[in-house]
Design a protein around this ligand. Structure first.
Ligand code: NCD
Ligand code: ZN
Ligand code: ZN
Ligand code: ZN
Length: 396
């Protein structure tokens, strides 16, 4: 397939020729290379970027398929411009073994709309102390996390870091001291962030901090990076967009103050923040009413980040593209993804940057509609997603 008449992140005219799932050629005016029978896709008015890769996503299989299942999750991802997601293990049962993780990834692969990595829990069944399963994890499992349940005991977490150093596993942490969060949700994040950063440096174990949301946490990450700790971090679109004065909505970590948002934006400019991840957390209306934390995010992530970071804060689109594609691919070790280059996977997204659009929670592809952006006007609309040279999503 030849994608014609697009522009790249720098606004220069570009065609992309995709063959056998890879990018075969890239440049202006590639029509002469077309072979008989090859399709064309007119991308006039669109910007082509490497497809997005989400480091942090909840699809709820197994156990909570009424909130999201692999099919609806895949469609939401494709509609958001994603071709790969990293799935969290807070399912029922909890993802604690490689066999279950592999079976799930294969099911996602069969659907064909979006690739996935399934992470495994740090402690067995999130019990907070058992690490035996880590010792027998096969080489194929490279990412473990306790999302939604920070490991509270420092000795347990220290042992996990020691094991993961030996096994070259990256720990993805939801840093929250749950004894502190009932009375100080800021201290709860900051103190566990500092602890986990210290352990990463002490054991030289790779740590990825999920959804960093406070100035204190981002400054701690900056200091650890300055000392050379093997640390990366993500921020979410909602922690960049909302403050507690603009949104009353349950999510973990909670939306913060304007000064925290400013710190996250500074962190992005300074290269302290490695990635933007959605923390796509679908919940039914009933579960939200009962207090479930989280919001869906796959289908609004690019629009929110383009509007906030590029249009309002003047961040170059190429920098946003690195945060949503290139850097997440590197963190997940996905060779050939997250880049526009000959020989790379033909995983692309076509976006419209010029026309405003209104978020409609009822038009989402996700099974859940817990979307506090409903009614918001954004710039940056995903018009088509291409995975392995095949169209996985197209808006009229
Ligand atoms: C997460 C979920 O729903 O899985 N919710 C959220 O607000 N981020 C769990 C969690 O991290 O608390
Ligand atoms: Zn979390
Ligand atoms: Zn918790
Ligand atoms: Zn999460």
């Amino acid at each position: 397939m030849l994608i014609q008449n697009a522009v790249n992140a720098a606004g220069q005219p570009i065609d992309v020729l995709c063959r056998t799932g890879k990018i075969a050629a890239l440049g202006a005016g590639l029509a002469p290379l077309l072979l008989p029978g090859e399709e064309t896709l007119d991308a006039a008015g669109r910007t082509v970027l490497p497809a997005f890769i989400d480091l942090h996503c909840h699809w709820r299989t197994p156990g909570y398929e009424y909130k999201e299942d692999l099919e609806t999750g895949s469609r939401a991802a494709a509609a958001g411009g994603y071709t790969f997601v990293n799935l969290m293990p807070n399912t029922n049962p909890v993802m604690s073994d490689a066999a279950a993780a592999h079976a799930l990834m294969e099911k996602v692969e069969t659907i064909g709309l979006c690739g996935a990595n399934q992470t495994v829990s740090i402690t067995e069944n999130f019990d907070g102390h058992t690490l035996d399963h880590l010792k027998t994890l096969p080489e194929s499992v490279k990412y473990i996390t306790e999302d939604g349940h920070g490991v509270q005991n420092a000795a347990v977490m220290a042992k996990a870091f020691a094991i993961c150093h030996e096994k070259h596993i990256t720990i993805m942490s939801h840093a929250e001291d749950s004894d502190i969060s009932p009375w100080d949700y800021r201290l709860a994040e900051d103190i566990e962030t500092v602890r986990n950063l210290y352990l990463s440096e002490y054991y030289q174990t790779r740590l990825h901090l999920c959804h960093v949301s406070t100035r204190g946490a981002i400054e701690a990450v900056a200091a650890a990076k300055y000392r050379g700790a093997p640390v990366t971090c993500e921020v979410t679109p909602h922690h960049l967009w909302f403050t507690k004065d603009t949104l009353d909505y349950r999510v973990n970590p909670p939306v913060r103050e304007a000064d925290d948002v400013a710190a996250l934006v500074e962190g992005i400019r300074a290269g302290i923040v490695d990635a933007i991840a959605t923390d796509h957390a679908p919940h039914s209306e009933e579960d939200k009413l009962k207090g479930a934390a989280g919001m869906v995010g796959l289908e609004t992530a690019f629009g929110v980040c383009y509007t906030k970071l590029c249009r309002q804060e003047g961040l170059p689109l190429a920098a946003l593209s690195a945060l949503m594609s290139t850097n997440p691919a590197e963190i997940l070790g996905l060779l050939g993804k997250g880049t526009l280059a000959p020989g790379a996977d033909a995983d692309l997204v076509l976006v419209d940057l010029a026309h405003p659009w209104r978020v409609d929670k009822n038009a989402l592809h996700s099974k859940s509609h817990n979307c506090p952006y409903d009614g918001t006007t954004l710039y940056g609309k995903v018009r088509a997603t291409i995975k392995g040279g095949k169209i996985t999503y197209r808006a009229e």
